[in-house]
Design a binder for this molecule. Structure first.
Ligand code: ATP
Ligand code: MG
Length: 233
């Protein structure tokens, strides 16, 4: 079966700086896959290239169709969602207005506002409050929910747990499982190895612009060499 997302020989550039050197990775229908690695190895660049935000060459096939060369909004409309690491909410708009902005014209979503509020009751309580006054964790939830309102079939999430309290981290992990149960596949960029190993079916480790390990969480747990060389600091 062809994977839902297939990234092949992906190269990416910031001006003359060549930061991805042939990345290969796949996400199957219904999978949670994590992309791990130290700071600066190119994890964010990989997903930004896939969504058309960085100059790239190679191939990014989603549902069998080439994404490279399309505009970000066209890619989103095809059902490839992206949650950036910098929680870019609209601070002066309310929580609810932020959610509305996530809806994609012409795409009927499997998610309703009520689904979002049931998943994150805090957002319901604060639905009429300007998003700028939310805590970091709440803003992270809002960013995730806004992307879901566009009804992605696959969501790429960049470090959702960064800077969050342990309790909130556990909540995020729990909700990634809810997504999976609704048939949304996930490509998760994470720094926290424990979370990634716990919720993923497969993991990739990146080092210096390329994939250096691919396997199951159990295989990565057993491979202290890879962890020492590419993950631990
Ligand atoms: N806008 C940019 N212009 C120039 N170089 C960049 C830009 N963004 C990232 N880089 C460089 O590209 C490389 C990969 O960065 P990337 O953001 O993909 O790393 P990362 O793996 O997501 O790590 P982290 O999120 O911890 O920074 C780094 O060397 C980084 O300095
Ligand atoms: Mg990053």
């Amino acid at each position: 079966m062809t994977p839902l997302l297939q990234i092949s020989d992906l190269h990416a550039y910031y001006g003359k700086s060549h930061v991805l050197h042939g990345v290969n990775l796949q996400v199957g229908q219904g999978e949670i896959v994590s992309l791990l690695g130290r700071n600066g190895v190119g994890r964010s660049t990989t997903i930004k290239a896939a969504i058309g935000q960085v100059q790239a060459r190679g191939s990014v096939r989603f549902k069998g169709e080439e994404m490279l060369g399309l505009k970000a909004f066209e890619i989103v409309r095809k059902g490839l969602g992206y949650v950036p690491e910098n929680r870019d909410i609209f601070a002066t708009l309310t929580v609810e207005q932020n959610l509305m902005l996530g809806e994609v014209a012409g795409r009927k979503s499997r998610w309703s506002f009520d689904d979002m509020y049931r998943m994150f009751p805090r957002l319901h309580e604060r639905r009429h409050v300007p998003a700028g006054v939310l805590s970091g964790g709440e803003q992270q939830m809002l960013t995730l929910c806004r992307t879901l309102m566009g009804d992605p079939d696959l969501i790429m999430i960049d470090e959702p747990t960064e800077g969050l309290a342990p309790k909130v981290v556990a909540l995020v992990a729990e909700y990634l499982d809810v997504l999976k149960s609704r048939g949304v596949s996930v490509l998760l960029v994470e720094q926290k190895l424990a979370i990634a190993l716990e919720i993923s079916q497969r993991v990739y480790v990146m080092g210096h612009g390329g994939i250096v390990f691919e396997g199951s969480p159990a295989q990565l747990r057993a491979d202290s060499e890879v962890r020492k060389t590419w993950l631990e600091v």
